[in-house]
Write a protein that binds this ligand. Structure first.
Ligand SMILES: [Zn+2]
Length: 290
């Protein structure tokens, strides 16, 4: 697939020196997958000008710019990239013939149908080499964030990379309904929220295990009577997050935590909702609401 511009963020994975450049610095490197043919020469030049990185390949004449308005942080098990202006990757594709088998298999394994993929714009970006999961504002459809999930065997980067708008501190993915009752299930990942929604319950994904007070305010405003926290509680860090979330939500609603014992699985098994069938999900939630 043709690349129209040089993705400098992606180049940083090939060459971490780019990230450490200072104003006025310049470096040259090979252009990985240069459309004019990678002949091993270091003809891709990167320059740091103020907060910006500029790139130019003397072989294929492609250019790239990174505006310097992004920052990287890690929180709640997530790698975050923060942007002032957010767009989905221009090469996002929903066409199966342009998607690698790993992407198709990853979605299929959790029962995410083509209809659901279209509905939530879950697709493939060749430029990122990852599955793209957009997060939009429930009411007006505004793009708040998007996640990039690694699915390729050779991708040893973090499981999820999240890019969010600078002023949206805690973007929440809200599945669309229709719904039974008035209970909300909070999940870690987007596919889990979609699965719970398919089972008929309200579900929000926190894109990780971190929840700010702004989310508590949103829950209060939405008027849920019951909240169930259903994360993949396979380690101590997640259990600590569950405790904090429970304490915050307790002030505004009845709150329960889904545990391994509630699901009839072993202590070390994964317990995130996306691995269960809609029937199993309904039974588990019904058990928590009595
Ligand atoms: Zn090139």
């Amino acid at each position: 697939m043709a690349r129209e511009y040089i993705n400098i963020k992606e180049l940083m994975e090939f060459n971490p020196d780019i990230r450490d450049m200072e104003d006025g610095n310049q470096l040259s490197m090979r252009h990985p997958q240069c459309p004019a043919g990678d002949d091993g020469r270091q003809v891709l030049f990167i320059k740091k000008a103020g907060a910006k990185h500029l790139a130019f390949c003397h072989h294929c004449s492609q250019k790239g710019i990174l505006t310097g308005e992004q920052t990287f942080i890690r929180r709640g098990g997530q790698n975050l990239l923060i942007e002032k202006d957010l767009h989905l990757p221009p090469d996002l594709t929903f066409n199966r013939s342009e998607q690698p088998v790993e992407h198709i298999a990853w979605l299929h394994q959790y029962g995410i149908t083509l209809k659901v993929q279209r509905e939530y714009e879950i697709g493939w970006s060749e430029n990122w080499g990852r599955t793209i999961l957009p997060v939009r504002e429930y009411k007006d459809g505004k793009l708040l964030a998007f996640q990039r999930r690694n699915v390729l065997r050779g991708d040893f980067g973090p499981k999820y990379l999240t890019t969010r708008l600078a002023h949206i501190k805690n973007p929440v993915f809200k599945a669309r309904g229709p719904h039974l009752g008035n209970a909300l299930v909070l999940t870690e990942d987007i596919l889990s929220a979609i699965k719970i929604n398919e089972a008929g319950h309200y579900a929000w994904s926190l894109l990780g295990t971190y929840m700010t007070n702004s989310v508590v305010d949103e829950i209060a405003l939405a008027g849920f009577d019951d909240v169930i926290i259903w994360l993949d509680d396979d380690n101590e860090a997640v259990r600590r997050s569950q405790k904090v979330m429970r304490r915050k939500i307790k002030q505004i609603a009845d709150v329960g935590v889904m545990r391994h014992g509630d699901l009839g699985i072993r202590e070390n098994d994964k317990s995130d909702p996306k691995i269960f069938t809609p029937n199993e999900i309904r039974t588990a939630i019904a058990g928590k609401l009595v």
